[in-house]
Write a protein that binds this ligand. Structure first.
Ligand code: ADP
Ligand code: MG
Length: 307
């Protein structure tokens, strides 16, 4: 590669909203065979909304929603915003909570003081609240079987099911749905046209991930992984590449920095966090996956001209 042609390629990228932060990315992208993509915020808007809430006998929907909103006030996850918004829309009073803990890739827990209510609860009570994936409930020794088939159904609808437990008792199942970005189907088609295998990597539920992958024609799914599991999955994909071929990872930022570093070429979509952008070789200012196709096409054009 001549310095001049690489400069021209980099300049064209900048015009198209593709920022090559490291020079080698433009040269290596022509050899990409597999593109692994984070689901939340990359394929989807990253702005889920609450769609379902079903309580078990003895629990009250509004009361459960207020309690889980209390916990989610302390979380930065997009799921937390969905729950908070729903509670606000129902004009629920959200109690204060303490001992908040976020278990990455699993869910959240905290303690909430509920005030005495005349004729209902005689005294103030401390309730332990847990909200998250089936794996969180299993870790806490909570039997999710009464709601497992509901969870599977919600997942097959492309929604993310989450279990809520109060004082160690299964209290509710909720679901959040995160719309697929309007630009995603075209972007996937474009990547397939370039001959790439598209893999979705997500911490989300396996049923949810499979439903979304089917809708989008994604070739392979890795679901229910922790951030460290994303790195492991990328290393496996890398090891399986044909000689001389490269692996790209595209993420939006939240928890993605290790995955961006683990791929041969890491791409961050421009709306991502600053941390992730620092770990990226390429930044896609379009804020969507179409930028990845542009970047790869540009690399092929640049490197062909050089030869
Ligand atoms: P991804 O970004 O790939 O969707 P995350 O690691 O951010 O994966 O989240 C994986 C799963 O962890 C979520 O689908 C959810 O089940 C659970 N989770 C994470 N954060 C929260 C939260 N604040 N509230 C409830 N569940 C959560
Ligand atoms: Mg994420």
């Amino acid at each position: 590669a001549t310095p001049t042609s690489l400069m021209v390629g980099t300049g064209r990228g900048a015009e198209a909203g593709v920022l090559f932060r490291k020079g080698e990315a433009l040269q290596h992208l022509q050899d990409v065979a597999v593109i692994a993509v984070d689901k939340t915020g990359t394929l989807t808007e990253g702005k889920p909304a609450l769609t379902d809430l079903e309580v078990t006998p003895g629990f009250e929907a509004a009361a459960v929603l207020a309690l889980i909103a209390a916990v989610e006030q302390h979380s930065e996850h997009p799921i937390a915003r969905a729950i908070e918004t729903a509670a606000q829309q129902q004009q629920l009073t959200i109690p204060a909570c303490s001992d908040f803990e976020s278990l990455t890739g699993l869910g959240v827990t905290a303690k909430v003081m509920t005030a005495a209510r005349a004729g209902v609860t005689p005294n103030e009570q401390t309730q332990h609240i847990a909200l998250g994936a089936d794996r969180l409930m299993q870790q806490m020794g909570i039997d999710i079987r009464p709601l497992a088939s509901t969870a599977a159904r919600l997942g097959k609808e492309g929604k993310t099911p989450l279990y809520a437990a109060l004082n160690g008792q299964l209290a509710a199942i909720i679901a959040v749905a995160d719309p697929i970005k309007a630009s995603t189907p075209d972007a996937i088609a474009g990547l397939h046209q370039l001959g790439l295998q598209v893999v979705m990597i997500t911490g989300d539920n396996r049923h949810t991930a499979a439903a979304i992958a089917r809708t989008l024609g994604i070739d392979q799914v890795v679901a229910e992984v922790l951030p460290s599991g994303k790195v492991d999955a990328l290393q496996q994909l890398k090891a399986a590449l044909p000689q001389g071929k490269k692996l790209v990872f595209v993420g939006d930022g939240i928890n993605d920095a290790p995955a961006l570093a683990a791929a041969d070429i890491g791409m961050a979509i421009g709306t991502g966090t600053d941390v992730a952008i620092e770990a990226a070789d390429v930044v896609l200012m379009s804020g969507n996956l179409n930028g990845a196709r542009t970047a790869i096409a540009l690399s092929k054009a640049t490197m062909t001209n050089i030869r």
